[in-house]
Write a protein that binds this ligand. Sequence first.
Ligand code: NAD
Ligand code: IPM
Ligand code: MN
Length: 361
Amino acid sequence: MELKITCIPGDGIGPEIVGEARKVLDKVAKCYGHRIQYTNILMGGASIDVHGIPLTEEAVETAKAADAVLMGSIGGDTTTSPWYKLPPNQRPEAGLLAIRKALNLFANLRPAILYEELAKACPLREEISAHGFDMLIMRELTGGLYFGERKTIEENGIRKATDTLVYDENEIRRIAIKGFDIAKKRRKKVTSVDKANVLDSSRLWRSVVEEVAKDYPEVTLEHMLVDNCAMQLVKDPAQFDVILTENMFGDILSDEASMVTGSIGMLASASLNDTKFGLYEPSHGSAPDIAGKNIANPIATVLSAAMMLRFTFDLDKEADAVEAAVKQVLKEGYRTSDIMSEGCKKVSCTQMGDLLAERIS
Ligand code: NAD
Ligand code: IPM
Ligand code: MN
């Protein structure tokens, strides 16, 4: 099969982790008889440095022409990088938001799984981590606070900033349908997370999710307030199957969920629309503090590439092989520094990529 993949290496550790994911994909292609045609585009700071803006129209067109996009991460140190002296709509993150919108990637799937082998890297007490967990955070990605109107004004010498949180029922319905469809194939439980005790947008969210649930009698629906959910994620993560939530809550909760898996370097993601196209990226950022040191964990990106094989290309066997390679390498005791624990063998980013590629046959 011919796979057309556009890569966005991005900034910071982005090029390092995308390089390792490509190594793994190339090995998959070799072993299973596929041909991969890569194109590269610039986004974020890398695009600002060359084009003066974080995403060009040509870059979007190149991404659209591919079957899928494999992304690293964008952005710099938000306190020291000169990119953050630019107006907000010209900063690196504006490129990411623009590509999500341009490709209509409204469904962001972030699986948080505690691998048995990483129980020691999980910061939770042993009696909690012993149960393991496997949850999927389904985050709405093209609405809410991220895309509402915002402004900063000065009124009578007082600076005042506004961000707007808007959802219409269609935006809620389409992500809820995706959430229930996926839950049907998993453990059949949806936890819809909102702040319905305060926000109108959450009250609408809750009622639309209730309406959608009627078409899925086999799936159990529960509602949970977001503050409680933040607490439950560390108290008893095994209770969750699919967490369905809006953009901002999903952003925060997925970073929290990632840490209970051992490290944010383990959390993959897929951003999907209603076609087979997808943008696949780790949930973490460009980690400027460790960029260029060859110590980043490439597993989140490698697992995102596995999600690409599964969702966009329907290559389940190949995706299984990548996931099995991750488990195997962890079982053999190899660890990047973020997931290192006593008695394990510390490896660099590139060594981890080599090991993963070698385990695919
Ligand atoms: P971050 O996720 O980049 O880093 C948070 C911490 O996690 C750091 O200590 C970092 O070293 C560590 N970390 C992250 N990924 C790692 C990996 N693969 N292996 C080992 N350690 C890892 O978050 P931040 O520091 O808040 O943000 C840095 C920049 O990244 C900002 O400009 C932000 O806007 C951007 N960002 C981009 C994305 C994206 O491209 N999707 C996501 C989140 C943040
Ligand atoms: C993520 C990131 C982005 C987000 C930023 C960089 C705009 O944190 O993908 O989780 O908030 O969506
Ligand atoms: Mn985030």
